[in-house]
Write a protein that binds this ligand. Sequence first.
Ligand SMILES: C[S@@+](CC[C@H](N)C(=O)[O-])C[C@H]1O[C@@H](n2cnc3c(N)ncnc32)[C@H](O)[C@@H]1O
Length: 253
Amino acid sequence: MSAEPDYRQSHCQPGKGESYHAAFSKNPYRRMVWEMEQEILVRILEDHLAGRRLLHLDFACGTGRILRFMAGRAAESTGVDVSPAMLAVARRENPAAEIVEADLTRNDVLGTRLFDLITAFRFFPNAQPELRRDVIAVLRRHLSPQGILVFNNHRNPAALRPRLAKWIGRRGNPGMGMDEAGKLVAEAGLDIRAVHPLCVFPVAERYPVLPVSWLRRIEDWARRHPRLGPFGENQILVCGRPPGTGGSTDKTP
Ligand SMILES: C[S@@+](CC[C@H](N)C(=O)[O-])C[C@H]1O[C@@H](n2cnc3c(N)ncnc32)[C@H](O)[C@@H]1O
């Protein structure tokens, strides 16, 4: 048996939902990153799903920030998570969304339902490898033929900050390399259609060192220089079924 902690339990303690939710408004750097993530999500919707009536699933929805972003953009949104503490906040913040407490790797509560957009943020690099594989297999099953899966890898070890941390002897979560992310996607029978990097400048969320307004300008500059993309600590991936397997003919790189 593995001694590795099971990520399923990570956010279940009472009060976790409130503290997690507050961090997105209280921590200036996290707030800035969430603003950039929303800008990228707008672009992804335009590039891959424009003009479509969207059924949306947010896997590991937590306190529901992605559900809230999708309100008015999706025809229907469903959030699924295992943590009652996180879901209590998600329900309060998203009265119109369907919120389901479940672990889809153990309980097939969504049956044969298909979704045009499946999102999974701040989940994959935190989860243990076995859970990552089980989850992406379930998400693929719920992806409509022309649908897309959008998830982020916010712990890219090739980024400058984790490299510097390793260099000074700090050991933290090893994260998930982009090669591992690619393998995970390929083994689930999906293709990567686009990757949107962010968080190139190496700062720790709790000690951003520079004013956030400066960091935002640096990040905007970095986004105009694709060669810096691999150094983004947070990478947003857009995936779909390969052409010829009932998937999209979309050729976005
Ligand atoms: C860091 S939070 C991310 C929440 C949200 N997606 C966001 O980006 O703000 C990770 C979430 O994954 C959930 N989780 C962990 N294992 C899960 C599983 N097997 N099924 C559903 N949710 C799970 C946790 O309960 C937690 O709410």
